[in-house]
Write a protein that binds this ligand. Structure first.
Ligand code: KG4
Ligand code: ZN
Length: 355
C-alpha cells in the first residue's frame, strides 16, 4: 500500500510536529479495556482491512463477571498473537502501518496497560506516532464503519456493560453528553438480573434470547425517570425484578426476562427520541454491547420510522468491543490533535472529551 505513511515524521512521536496524514493511512488499533483482546487495521479511518477479537468470556463466566486480574493476564498472553493475526489478515507490511493506537481509558487499569504498553513499544520500534484513544469515543465511531454515509447530527444511545449515555454527536469529534446513568449501566443491569436468575454471564445475550419466548407486558416493571431529563437509573429496575422473583418464585423466566428487557429498551428509546426532537437530530444511532439487543434495535427502528429519523444500527461485531473502532477514532484524533506523547498512561476513569 502506497502513501499510507505519515510524512514529516521527525518529532511526531513526541507530539511536536502535526503529521500530514495520507487519506488512506493505515492504523493498527489495539483494544484491551475490558475482557476482549482485539487488534485491527483500518485504512483512512474507514476501510476495515482486518479485525480480530479474542473474547475472554469463557474465562470470566465461572466468576459471574469480569475479574480484573484474570483479564490483564489473559491480555498479556493473547495480545501478540491477536496483533499478528490482524497484521497478516490486513495483507499489509509492517512498514505500511502509519500509526499505532490503543484504548487508554476508561476501563480496567491492568487491562488497559497491556494494550497501551504494546502500542507504544510498536510505535517506537516502527518509528510512527502513538495515539491514545478514548474507549467511549471509539464506540461513537463504530457505526460509521458499517454506515459510511451516516448523516450527523445523531443522538447516540451508548449502552455497554460499564456505560449508559445519551450523546448528541454533531461532528466526528464534536459531541455533547446529554445524559448518563446515575447508577447501574444498562448492560450491568442485564448482567445482574441474569446472575440473580441463574442464567450465567454475560446476561444480556441470554435475556435477549429468552425474551423471544416471553410476554413483554406480563409484568409492569418501573420505568425510572422516564419523563425526567436525560439521565437514567437502572438500579431500581434491577431491585424490582429481584423483589418480583422473591414474591413469585414460580414466575415464568421468559416473561420476567421479556418484561425487564422491555422496561430497559422503553426508557432508552423514549429519551433518545425526545432528545432527537429537542436537538434537531437527523437520526438515532446505537453503540456499545447492549446495542446488540434485538428489542432495543426493533424499538429504535420503530421510533425512527414514526418520527421520520434515520436509524443507524451497527452490526453486532461493531456494537461490542473491537479494535476497528479504536483505529477509526485514532485516524480522526491524529489529524486533529497529532500524536499522543509516549508519557500518556492508562486512565481507568477517562471521560468522554466534550467540545
Ligand atoms: O461494549 P461491551 O462489549 O463491553 C463493555 O465495554 O462493557 O458490552 C458488554 C455488555 C454486557 O453487559 C452484555 O451483557 C451486554 O453488553 N450485551 C447485551 C447483549 N449482548 C451483549 N445486552 C442486551 N442484549 C444483548 N443482546
Ligand atoms: Zn465498550
Amino acid at each position: 500500500m502506497d502513501g499510507g505513511r505519515i510524512v514529516n515524521l521527525p518529532g511526531a512521536i513526541g507530539g511536536a510536529t502535526m503529521p500530514v496524514l495520507a487519506s488512506d493511512a493505515a492504523i493498527l488499533g489495539i483494544e484491551t479495556s475490558c475482557d476482549e483482546t482485539a487488534a485491527a487495521v483500518v485504512a483512512g479511518g474507514q476501510q476495515v482491512l482486518s479485525s480480530v477479537v479474542s473474547s475472554q468470556v469463557d474465562l470470566h463466566a465461572r466468576y459471574g463477571g469480569v475479574v480484573p486480574e484474570v483479564a490483564g493476564r489473559a491480555h498479556t498472553e493473547r495480545l501478540v498473537p491477536v496483533m499478528s493475526q490482524a497484521l497478516v489478515e490486513s495483507a499489509l507490511e509492517d512498514s505500511d502501518i502509519a500509526a499505532v493506537a490503543a484504548t487508554a481509558g476508561p476501563g480496567l487499569v491492568g487491562a488497559l496497560l497491556v494494550g497501551v504498553s504494546a502500542a507504544k513499544a510498536l510505535a517506537l520500534v516502527w518509528d510512527v506516532p502513538f495515539v491514545a484513544v478514548n474507549h467511549l469515543e471509539a464506540h461513537l465511531h463504530a457505526a460509521f464503519l458499517d454506515e459510511p454515509s451516516l448523516e450527523l447530527p445523531v443522538v447516540v444511545i451508548l449502552v455497554s456493560g460499564g456505560h449508559t449515555m445519551l450523546v448528541l454527536m454533531e461532528d466526528r469529534l464534536r459531541y455533547r453528553v446529554l445524559g448518563a446513568t446515575l447508577d447501574d449501566a444498562a448492560g450491568e443491569a442485564f448482567d445482574k438480573v441474569a446472575r440473580y436468575m441463574g442464567l450465567g454471564y454475560p446476561g444480556g445475550p441470554v435475556i435477549d434470547r429468552l425474551s423471544g419466548q416471553g410476554d413483554p407486558d406480563a409484568i409492569a416493571f418501573p420505568r425510572a425517570m422516564l419523563h425526567d431529563g436525560w439521565n437514567f437509573s437502572f438500579a431500581g429496575l434491577k431491585t424490582a425484578v429481584i423483589n418480583h422473583l422473591r414474591r413469585h418464585p414460580d414466575a415464568t423466566t421468559e416473561d420476567v426476562a421479556a418484561s425487564f428487557q422491555e422496561a430497559v429498551a422503553d426508557v432508552l428509546v423514549a429519551k433518545a427520541r425526545r432528545a432527537a426532537a429537542s436537538h434537531n437530530a437527523r437520526g438515532l444511532c446505537l453503540a456499545g454491547g447492549v446495542a446488540a439487543n434485538s428489542r432495543l434495535r426493533e424499538m429504535t427502528l420503530d421510533a425512527c420510522t414514526a418520527d421520520g429519523l434515520a436509524g443507524y444500527l451497527p452490526s453486532r461485531a461493531m456494537c461490542t468491543d473491537n479494535a476497528a473502532m479504536v483505529a477509526a477514532a485514532a485516524w480522526w484524533r491524529l489529524q486533529a490533535d497529532g500524536p499522543s506523547p509516549l508519557t500518556v498512561g492508562a486512565d481507568p476513569s477517562l471521560g468522554l472529551p466534550e467540545t
